[in-house]
Ligand binder design. Structure first.
Ligand code: TXA
Ligand code: MG
Length: 553
């Protein structure tokens, strides 16, 4: 079947030509055909709402479950008595304020409305879309257009005429292009057959706006959670897994900074990421689709379906999505994302705190970590993880052996001292070793960090070179005067002063750590006891301020 594509994006253009095209669309509808129509929310797939055969075709083309009713699209509240009975005054109050616009009202239906349209319910959904082209088509056709969103069932809704052509082109008679949808998420569905009215689907009209006009509105549970097998949502459509891209989606809620960091911890290279503009730079190795700035929910609504759709043309095997809070349009955006994820949601505002601790040898990292442990923290010793991963991985050993022949014994034991002497004095050799180590170590460390729940410290000499700093809420440099460090390592490791100095000089100096880290813990005292006390106080304050920050986003 050939689908006629009509471009009516510029409604101020050739008046006569536009009128002809609108008449042609109206004629197709009167004759029982299907037309893709623009609205301010999403594109609809329209048919004559009073023609059972035409309505049945909508269900066929979309692959829509039979029990999911359609919305009737009208040009104003004067149409209500034609399709509804027992209309409460509040319906007119709402229509006066919000129509034309993204509000669908559920009302008792007139017996004449076909069962095909209402899926056999004794109620009907009605809305007046805010789009000049579709309003003109309805007027010209002289009928209410029954229209679901134009996507094939289960896919993200269509926000451009191209999306409609992609989903149902070749199976409908006409698609009318009225430009990209300005709202971007579907209408808010409000049930007015109960008291108080009930929000069945959050959408382009924020529920706060409705409550300001008519008082308290109940929220159907299906809006915020996935329902059990016995539960029935107020809007039949809310029970289906919707808007789903082909790859599985994980939604991450919480303060934007926290959710971005959480996604950073979890998303492997090549994953798809839906995020706010401010955080896009955190994902150089991922395929990013930006939702707009974190404070612009209108833009997020416009972009959410396009974002979900965009990954289907790519090879991503998992998608992570940052999620706005539930206020205003955020409720609709977050509902669409969560449904796309089958309500697989992670809250990034949990109490997990990751501290990156770094600094030169002998500065006092070990005592600092002891202090953290006494606050209930877990310490991940990156050096220990390095040796555990190394001993279990032939690939890892081979990679080192190739660049540093002879550092392994016959039995496969690493001679640390030999490798140390090789790299401590030579910058480029150290870089070569690090490149190999990071490649094998980082994925394991990322997994360990992701599994943490409370306070956790990452003890890493190469916190920044390895990129591990990005997993941390704060990075802390433990520093100390060089002469104190020399004395400490001589005593601790029973080595000569010369070798102690060699080791210190091979490492980065305090200046470097100070410049890179968020904060500094300076250990200038000769008394280990005193330092432990300093460290304890330092971490207590730090953890408290991070918790505070997480609470307030
Ligand atoms: O913005 C929109 O509402 C778009 C544009 C095209 O107008 N339409 C749309 O239609 O989203 P659809 O069919 O994709 O979603 C309609 C939702 C479904 O969840 C359906 O179950 C619910 O509204 N619905 C329709 N009639 C209902 C009724 N009588 N009682 C309860 N829920 C109803
Ligand atoms: Mg839909």
């Amino acid at each position: 079947m050939q689908t006629i594509y009509y471009d009516l994006r510029d409604t101020k253009g050739q008046q006569k030509e536009i009128e002809d095209k609108i008449s042609a669309a109206a004629k197709i509808l009167r004759e029982g055909g299907l037309v893709g129509i623009p609205t301010e929310t999403v594109y609809g797939l329209g048919a004559d709402g009073s023609n059972p055969a035409a309505v049945r075709r909508i269900f066929e083309v979309k692959g829509r479950p039979q029990d999911n009713p359609l919305i009737l699209h009208v040009t104003g509240a004067q149409w209500l008595p034609r399709y509804c009975v027992d209309i409460p005054p509040v319906a007119y109050t709402l229509a006066r304020k919000f129509w034309p616009g993204p509000l669908t009202m559920i009302l008792k239906r007139q017996p004449g409305v076909p069962d095909e349209t209402t899926a056999g319910l004794d109620t009907v959904g009605i809305r007046c879309p805010n789009h000049p082209v579709t309003l003109a088509i309805i007027r010209e056709a002289g009928m209410a257009i029954a229209a679901p969103s134009a996507n094939t069932s289960g896919r993200p809704s269509c926000t451009t005429a191209q999306d409609v052509m992609e989903d149902v082109g070749g199976r409908v008679d006409m698609v009318v292009d009225g430009g990209p949808c300005t709202v971007g998420v579907e209408s808010t569905v409000l049930d007015l057959t109960c008291e108080p009215p009930r929000l069945l689907r959050p959408g382009g009209l924020p529920v706060e706006d409705i409550e300001r006009l008519i008082g308290h509105v109940d929220v159907d549970r299906a809006v915020v959670a996935s329902l059990g097998p016995e539960e029935r949502p107020g809007a039949p459509g809310m029970k289906y897994r919707h808007y789903a891209p082909k790859a599985p989606v994980t939604v991450v809620t919480g303060a934007p900074m926290n959710s971005a960091r959480e996604i950073e911890r979890r998303a492997g290279p090549g994953a798809g990421v839906i995020c706010f503009d401010e955080y896009a730079h955190l994902f150089p190795q991922q395929l990013v689709h930006s939702l707009g700035p974190s404070n612009d929910k209108q833009l997020q609504a416009q972009r959410v379906f396009e974002a979900l759709r965009s990954f289907d043309a790519t090879g991503v095997t998992e998608i992570f999505a940052q999620c706005p809070d539930n206020r205003g349009l955020g409720l609709a955006v977050s509902n669409r994302l969560k449904k796309a994820a089958g309500f697989h949601v992670i809250d990034a505002d949990s109490q997990r705190i990751i501290l990156g601790i770094t600094g030169g040898t002998g500065a006092g990292k070990t005592s600092a970590l002891d202090a953290l442990r006494s606050l209930g923290g877990t310490v991940i010793d990156c050096d220990a993880v390095y040796h555990a991963v190394l001993s279990g991985s032939e690939d890892f050993k081979n990679a080192i052996n190739e660049k540093f022949p002879g550092v392994f014994s016959q039995e496969g034991q690493l001679n640390r001292r030999k490798l140390g002497q090789e790299v401590f004095a030579k910058r480029d050799r150290l870089d070569q070793l690090n490149a190999i180590v990071f490649r094998f170590l980082i994925p394991e460390l990322e997994r360990l960090v992701a599994a943490q729940e409370g306070l956790c410290a990452l003890d890493a000499v190469n916190l920044f070179e390895s990129g591990l700093d990005r997993l941390c809420d704060r990075t802390i440099a433990v520093t100390a005067p060089t002469e104190l460090r020399v004395k400490r390592i001589m005593g601790r490791d029973r080595i000569s002063e010369q070798y102690a100095r060699l080791r210190i000089n091979a490492q980065k100096q305090d200046e470097y750590y100070r410049g890179k880290c968020d904060c500094e813990l300076n250990n200038a005292t000769e008394s280990p006891e005193e330092f432990r006390k300093d460290a304890l106080l330092f971490f207590e304050r730090l953890v408290e301020s991070i918790r505070e920050e997480k609470r307030h986003g």
